[in-house]
Design a protein around this ligand. Structure first.
Ligand code: ADP
Ligand code: ADP
Length: 228
């Protein structure tokens, strides 16, 4: 369970987050909605320890999160993959956690991690493309490799920051489909930030709405109305 309590982040005079509290239950697939500048990235960065909050706390299964934790995985808008390497090698780097990427370290990766990488590629529908170089793949496929890499990390919490923002609507839906399938299959608590309410409404089990750094909505699909 993820517990966010009175989370506040100020950048100088900018109140990026103000007293935000919510709880995510295990395995829940939640969408974080809000316009550009609402505080979504700041929220995700506080949850994965990339940013330290000005005030408030974040706890995962009762333990306070800090930036050394490896049980939080992140999928980025720009996928941050190594383009010259195959989908498989990129997925495998998830098993290195937050260590710097090193070819020599990869050679030490064991059979279990290799099987996990193939399993994750299968989950995102890319088993046949495992040996393909990421540079030759479409934006949607690349994002699915990013999801596979996050799965290989075997996280308790999966965060995705606008994972479909740079994709056309068709690819965006495909990527969201695989993200949701993966979260369900591996039973991972997932928080995805999106600014497209239509895609969010289709995939989310639960929705958090941010506006000017404040949590203005927390509810299920039946309570969601356009224009959050
Ligand atoms: P979103 O992801 O919803 O677009 P952000 O979390 O990126 O929102 O930004 C929330 C607010 O905080 C915006 O006003 C943004 O300009 C500001 N902000 C974000 N990051 C920084 C930073 N590193 N320094 C100063 N202001 C920032
Ligand atoms: P997004 O809306 O996708 O979060 P932004 O353009 O708001 O993208 O932010 C991109 C990066 O720039 C982030 O790392 C964010 O922290 C930083 N940033 C955003 N706004 C500011 C700002 N006003 N001053 C300094 N850094 C900022």
């Amino acid at each position: 369970m993820l517990e966010v309590t009175d989370l506040t982040k100020h950048y100088g005079d900018v109140r990026a987050l103000e007293d935000v509290s919510f709880t995510l239950n295990d395995g829940e697939f939640t969408v974080l909605l809000g316009q550009s500048g609402a505080g979504k990235s700041t929220m995700l960065r506080c949850l994965n320890g990339l940013t330290s909050p000005t005030a408030g706390s974040v706890a995962l299964d009762g333990a306070t999160l800090d930036n050394s934790r490896e049980d939080v995985a992140m999928v980025f808008q720009q996928h941050n993959l190594v383009e010259g390497f195959s989908a498989y090698t990129n997925a495998l780097t998830g098993s290195l956690g937050r260590h710097p990427f090193l070819r020599s370290v990869l050679q030490l990766v064991g059979r279990k991690e290799k099987l996990t990488a193939l399993d994750a590629l299968g989950t995102v529908g890319l088993l046949d493309e495992a040996d393909q170089r990421v540079a030759t793949m479409s934006g949607g496929q690349q994002q699915r490799v990013g999801i596979a890499r996050a799965l290989v990390q075997q996280p308790d919490l999966l965060l995705a920051d606008e994972p479909v923002a740079s994709l056309d609507p068709g690819s965006a839906e495909t990527v969201m489909h695989y993200l949701k399938t993966a979260a369900n299959e591996y039973d991972i608590t997932t928080l995805v930030s999106l600014h497209q309410v239509n895609i969010a409404a289709y995939f989310g089990d639960r929705f958090l709405g941010l506006k000017d750094g404040e949590l203005i909505f927390d509810g299920g699909p039946e309570e969601l109305t356009p224009g959050v």
